[in-house]
Design a protein around this ligand. Structure first.
Ligand SMILES: Nc1ncnc2c1ncn2[C@@H]1O[C@H](COP(=O)(O)OP(=O)(O)OP(=O)(O)O)[C@@H](O)[C@H]1O
Length: 299
């Protein structure tokens, strides 16, 4: 069964049309990215999926049910961009309360709250009140809240925004580790992060779904992306262009080069590149099959 289906989905706020005729069909599986510039309609789409707001026109089905239906209780959850914790209740009490709203009895609700706190590595903070938590810890508590009841679908609106790299990494690892049972849809402006996590990327712009990119297809593309330590770009470009089956080499930021080839066997190009680097004593940082997400979306 399709996890999420949207047909002709539109949403207007007064005369501002935030979403325009969006069609989406998503299946359960690896995390899915939702990308787009500020104001593109990402939060509006999440709010519609959660049933917080109603579409102006069009249809939405989640696991075969309309948003907000009782059949979805505990099966879908979200981390809103501006998620707030109750300042008066300690973390464990509020998570237990949310678990009890899902039907857990008091003992099970407590156990479930501890389970999700453990998932976000905050068991030791169970008795803390939100004001004593750092921004990163508070975000992790909100993510824990979204994980109560092990939902099948979790919508994360900018889950790592404002987090330091170590906390952001923890969130990514958590998402990865839960991905076999839960499908995450993640809205973020951090393309590097999404690239690490997601297989499919939805790109919204001015309320319209402009692209749906599959990251796994990248491996079948005729591109390699090479990031060098330090090098003379002109020499590198000339030398790579001199290899067999190379049709173009373009320089990008930070010593990154996009290499387009027309070989059926990408590995032959990789070997030739490594030999070239050795001959010239050039050090590389990374070789990526295909193009980066940024390249796919914006070039
Ligand atoms: N409650 C509202 N009333 C009026 N206009 C709104 C409302 N919510 C959103 N909008 C408008 O709808 C458009 C889409 O907003 P939305 O918040 O969905 O974008 P977004 O992609 O999530 O942006 P960001 O990346 O900045 O979070 C914007 O032009 C925004 O100003």
């Amino acid at each position: 069964m399709s996890l999420v289906t949207c047909k002709g989905l539109s949403k207007s706020y007064g005369d501002k049309q935030a979403l325009k005729q969006v069609d989406i069909s998503l299946n359960a599986g690896n995390p899915i990215a939702l990308v787009g510039p500020n104001g593109a309609g990402k939060t509006t789409l999440f709010s519609l999926l959660c049933g917080y707001i109603k579409p102006t026109s069009g249809e939405i089905s989640l696991l075969g049910h309309p948003p907000g239906s009782a059949a979805l209780l505990g099966r879908i959850a979200s981390l809103p961009q501006d998620a707030q914790l109750d300042p008066n209740l300690d973390v464990l009490t509020q998570l237990s309360f949310f678990a009890s709203l899902q039907g857990f009895d008091s003992k099970a609700a407590n156990a479930e709250a501890l389970r999700v706190l453990n998932l976000v590595d905050l068991s030791d903070s169970a008795k803390q009140k939100p004001k004593s938590l750092s921004h990163g810890m508070a975000k992790r508590v909100s993510i824990a809240q979204a994980l109560i009841g092990s939902p099948e679908l979790v919508l994360l609106d900018e889950p790592t925004a404002g987090l330091d790299p170590a906390n952001a990494k923890k969130i990514r690892e958590l998402v990865k580790s839960l991905s076999s049972k839960t499908t995450f849809i993640i809205s973020s402006h951090n393309l590097d992060e999404l690239e690490k996590l997601c297989d499919q990327v939805l790109y919204l712009e001015q309320g319209q779904l402009q692209q749906s990119v599959s990251m796994s297809e990248a491996q079948h593309e005729d591109y390699l992306t090479v990031t060098m330590q330090r090098c003379a770009p002109a020499s590198l470009i000339n030398a790579v262009l001199g290899l067999a089956d190379i049709s173009a080499v373009e320089e990008r930021e930070n010593n990154q080069f996009l290499i387009k080839h027309n070989s059926q066997q990408a590995y032959a190009i990789e070997i030739a590149l490594l030999q070239l680097f050795k001959q010239n004593n050039w050090q590389y940082k990374a070789i990526l099959k295909g193009r980066t997400l940024e390249e796919k979306l914006f070039s």
